[in-house]
Design a binder for this molecule. Structure first.
Ligand code: F0G
Length: 362
């Protein structure tokens, strides 16, 4: 595809690439940080381990702020500009705030983000601050943060850019469209981590839209996974005190719980809980066996796939796509917490060879 812009080979950003399917008007600014068009790569090691024939990994950590949130945020912020907003506001476990802050900076809007104190990964907080957002860390969890920003937004002081803003869901459909465009049809299964359950809702909407347009004929099964300590969608009930080291999905009262449950029913999909240990094992497998570094929440999709594949609950021939929602660099503390202390050693060949476990001929 060419754009006519020297040096730019594909339409820049999602509003240009999929504008005909998004609710743009002549007055919507074509905001872009080059989001979308993320790699869809084969997961060969996962195929070997599970016996599934075709597994693909959608690397959403390659988006400009390192997570899938950029897909919906670019549209939500562009529409906020179109509607004359001066500021945007959101609650976040980290990635939404990083994305909102970046797009607000790009568009010349102020951003206010409300996060649970002590439960946002370092990389995400660093991003929000660097992009110039006002950050409020509350003594409370994500659910309480969301309740506060909903009330604040209702006063008209700022435009809400959590995914209850419908433009967020509209923009996030592009993930589903890219997958269908790349594979020439829908996969049999799509595996996602669920937190607030916006992404699974958006993917399901996107697949149905493509079906209605005749671009695909068969719909995928939606497979959603949550951490055991924060499994409000899987258990279909509110969790007062959600717990998980995958802080991105540490949510007890997901805004789109009902929509996610409907997506499972309509698609013939499945949900499951995964333990902290299963998340950790999938996280390490992805990095060490596939070379793909994701944040812990993203590893929940692969942990879930391992679980269902082991239970022989999947058709081997159907293509599987795991949505790897966020970059591993977002949460360096999690990675470092899994390794032993790294002692400093002498700067000698002998000491380094011994530390590296290399047999050096003498
Ligand atoms: N993976 C990552 C890396 C996330 O940041 C999130 C959500 C999810 C998965 C779950 O997606 O909420 O649409 O079901 N993060 C939100 C945030 C809540 O504030 O950044 P979901």
């Amino acid at each position: 595809m060419t754009t006519g812009i020297p040096g730019v080979s594909a339409p820049e950003g999602l509003l240009r690439a999929y504008g005909d399917l998004l609710p743009l008007t002549g007055r919507t600014p074509l905001l872009s940080l080059g989001e979308g068009h993320t790699p869809l790569i084969r997961g060969h090691a996962i195929e070997q381990r599970t016996g599934l024939r075709r597994v693909f990994l959608k690397l959403e950590g390659c988006n400009p702020t390192g997570s899938f949130k950029d897909r919906g945020m670019v549209l939500a912020v562009a529409k906020a500009v179109e509607e004359g907003a001066r500021a945007v506001i959101c609650a976040s476990t980290g990635n939404t705030s990083a994305s909102a802050a970046a797009y607000a900076a790009r568009a010349g809007l102020r951003a206010l983000v409300v996060v649970p104190d002590g439960y946002v990964a370092a990389g995400k907080l660093a991003q929000a601050l660097a992009y110039g957002a006002r950050v409020a860390a509350i003594r409370g969890n994500f659910d309480q943060a969301l309740a506060v920003v909903r009330e604040l937004a209702a006063t008209g002081a700022a435009t809400l850019v959590n995914h209850i803003n419908p433009y967020r869901i509209d923009g996030q459909q592009t993930g589903a469209w890219e997958i269908c465009d790349a594979l020439g049809g829908a996969p049999a299964y799509v595996c996602l981590p669920m937190g607030n359950a916006g992404n699974i809702t958006a993917y399901w909407k996107g697949f149905r839209r493509y079906r209605d347009l005749g671009r695909i004929t068969v719909l995928p099964r939606m497979m959603g996974f949550q951490a055991e300590g924060a499994a409000a969608v899987v258990l279909d009930r509110m969790i007062e005190q959600p717990t998980t080291a995958a802080t991105a999905i540490r949510i007890g009262n997901p805004a789109s719980r009902a929509a996610a449950i409907a997506a499972r029913a309509e698609s013939g999909g499945q949900f499951a809980m995964v333990s902290e240990e299963e998340i950790r094992a999938a996280y390490q497998f992805l990095a060490a066996q596939e070379g793909v570094f994701v944040e812990p929440a993203s590893a929940a999709s692969v942990a879930g796939l391992f679980k269902l594949a082991a239970a022989e609950g999947l058709k081997r021939d159907g293509a599987v796509v795991c949505i790897l929602t966020g970059n591993g660099l977002k949460d360096p503390e999690y990675a470092l917490s899994l390794m032993n202390e790294l002692p400093a050693i002498p700067a000698t060949v002998g000491a380094v060879a011994a530390a590296a476990g290399l047999d050096v001929p003498t």
